[in-house]
Design a protein around this ligand. Structure first.
Ligand code: ATP
Ligand code: MG
Length: 395
């Protein structure tokens, strides 16, 4: 029944020039998101509004709604019936037909809310409200429909524009800002539950997300790597295509394993994660890092540990989950569809090289001192790893 959708987006902070950037980014993300859906669509901007029109004969309605409500920046999606202007009587017929199909059960209250963007239309908004209200009421009164101008069940919108839009339903979007409006950051993406959620949340604020995964073959399997690629694909539903950099970290890890105290291994390894991630980030034009770290979750995520790891960062490190409980993170991962993949049992590189008794209150001085032992010898290994990064665009 629907061949068109009105896209509602948050207006706060999108005045002047920013408005164009915001709308253009939104159109681009909508187009990307609809690529997954069966059917052909046209996304257009028209006098401060964004419309999606179906251009193919058939399409998948549920998937369309799912795709549209996944795009950040959208607060609501209204499926509409769009008709040409053939005079008021014809419009009344179309509107009655719309109400008939949209609400099989007619025991409801409604109110007409007309808007007239085209001022030469012969009736003004108030006149349309009254006349259309009467027509619809007459059609369905016997079946129990009533008018309620204060608290209607259904707000029936009739908008007179180039075409006429009839709609009354709004499906909730996720809000946020369109990806591409707030710079680009490098997500440290592991196969766990947290980092995909962190990437999702960074993208929700309009950040374009690239990702880096530290792989340790043969200590980690091909399937562990595939799992990370799959997770990148899953978040691309929200983030747009995710450029994933896969770094072979094995030699670096073995070297550290050999040379630094066991209880400090995780912290020092994480510092190298940050350094390598930043090097790639800089090359890619990213201006921040994103991680799935959350205070207190594991020994390497006590505030002291985070502070010592953070010392090597020169870019802002965005940690969207920093104060979330594990259960809250799990709830989001279930909601966004990454949970099932995240809990597949393939180990990531950290679990192989974990110490039995890792430090929970690392000393910045000690770490720096022990790290200095490898500072020189690790350089060729870092260069080697950086020269052989595998890139996958996940979408
Ligand atoms: P996650 O659920 O995201 O794997 P975690 O609870 O397992 O996180 P850690 O292993 O301490 O926690 O990792 C903390 C963060 O460090 C991760 O959220 C991720 O951002 C980054 N990270 C960990 N391992 C890797 C890896 N192999 N490649 C890239 N980033 C990683
Ligand atoms: Mg992990």
């Amino acid at each position: 029944m629907y061949r068109a959708f009105l896209i509602k987006y948050g207006e706060i902070g999108v005045k002047g020039k920013n408005r164009y950037l915001f709308e253009d980014a939104l159109v681009k993300q909508i187009e990307h998101s609809l690529k997954r859906v069966e059917g052909e669509f046209k996304v257009s901007k028209e006098s401060g509004r964004i419309y999606v029109n179906v251009t193919s004969e058939s399409y998948d309605y549920d998937d369309t709604i799912k795709a549209l409500t996944s795009v950040f920046g959208i607060i609501g999606v209204c499926p509409m019936v769009q008709v040409e202007d053939h005079g008021f009587d014809e419009l009344a017929k179309e509107t009655i037909a719309y109400m008939d199909r949209a609400y099989p059960d007619k025991k409801l209250t409604f109110k007409v809310e007309a808007r007239r963007a085209r001022k030469e239309y012969p009736l003004n908004s108030q006149e349309i409200n009254v006349l259309m209200g009467e027509k619809v009421l007459m059609a369905f009164e016997e079946q129990g429909m009533r008018v309620d101008v204060h608290h209607p069940d259904v707000l029936l919108c009739v908008e007179i524009r180039n075409k006429i839009n009839i709609y009354s339903q709004e499906l909730k979007g996720r809000g946020g800002m369109p990806v591409g409006t707030n710079g680009k950051a490098m997500l440290l993406l592991s196969g766990g539950i947290d980092s995909p959620v962190a990437g999702f949340l960074a993208a929700k604020r309009g950040i374009t997300v690239e990702a880096v995964y530290f792989n340790s073959p043969p200590y980690t399997s091909e399937r562990a790597k595939q799992k990370v690629v799959d997770l990148a694909k899953e978040i691309s539903r929200y983030c747009g295509p995710v450029k994933l950099h896969i770094v072979n970290f094995t030699e670096i890890q073995l070297h550290l394993y050999d040379k630094v105290p066991q209880d400090e291994l995780t912290i020092i390894m994480k510092r190298y994660f940050y350094r390598v991630a930043e090097t790639i980030a800089r090359k890619e034009g990213c201006i921040g890092l994103v991680t799935g770290e959350s205070v207190g979750q594991v020994s390497s995520q006590t505030l002291q540990s985070l502070a010592v790891i953070n010392e090597v960062a020169t870019m802002p490190v965005i940690r969207p989950l920093v104060c979330f409980d594990k259960q809250e993170i799990i709830d989001i991962s279930i909601d966004i569809g990454t949970y099932e993949t995240s809990i597949l049992p393939y180990e990531d590189c950290c679990t192989i090289f974990v110490a039995k008794h890792p430090v929970t209150k690392p000393s910045s001085e000690k770490i720096a001192k022990h790290e200095a032992r490898v500072a020189e010898s690790i350089v060729p290994l870092l260069e080697e790893a950086l020269a052989n990064v595998e890139v996958v665009v996940a979408e």
